[in-house]
Design a protein around this ligand. Sequence first.
Ligand SMILES: C[S@@+](CC[C@H](N)C(=O)[O-])C[C@H]1O[C@@H](n2cnc3c(N)ncnc32)[C@H](O)[C@@H]1O
Length: 219
Amino acid sequence: MPHVLSRSRYTEDNLDLAVKQGVEQYVILGAGMDTFAFRRPDLLRQVQVFEVDHPATQTFKRNRLAELGWEIPSHLHFVPVDFTKESLADALKGTLYDVQTKSFFSWLGVTMYLTRDEVFATLRSIAEIAPEGSAVIFDYFVPEEDTPHMKEMREDLRKIGEPMKTTFDPSTLAFELESLGLRLHENLSPSDIQERYFQSRTDGYYASKHVRFAWAVVE
Ligand SMILES: C[S@@+](CC[C@H](N)C(=O)[O-])C[C@H]1O[C@@H](n2cnc3c(N)ncnc32)[C@H](O)[C@@H]1O
């Protein structure tokens, strides 16, 4: 799905800049099968990477990496967390994650599967355990009319056991994040994403009409 490519590109372009400005920890929330730590040895020399994911997904991934014989880089750390049951802050405090070090978090393809309270609890945790100037990038669904396409997507997700639970109103997001200790720095609309990543492509890829990218900074 082109959306998956564009959200990773947006995140990693900004991570690149953040590392140049002194970020030394990259925390990938809901990492899934993300291969950042294997694809970017150049950046991995400069940052500690923490893959935070549901224990079931993380066990699957670690087993698969072992089957493939992929060596785990020394800068990559695995942190099993269920966002519906545990606090991100508590889970990270028990690892090599350093609360004093400026950090960059990504949370891609996850907020829609959690309740609003669960999303806010994790964002609040980030503001608690990351120093000022740290950042989080996440994607989110916007409230939509139930178009046939939306209905089909909801139904497909429900069938695979991952029902869509949460959308955010882009016009009130800044206000909501502020109450958690985060400042909304960028809030890309589908047309911003289309213009930035897809407009000159000839392969038929285009931005999702339902998803936005948010970049928030710890105050
Ligand atoms: C659609 S995948 C996204 C993977 C990756 N971030 C990407 O951009 O391709 C959703 C991820 O969210 C994680 N996830 C869903 N619910 C979770 C929960 N309650 N606690 C922790 N992780 C969760 C899943 O384990 C999975 O890795």
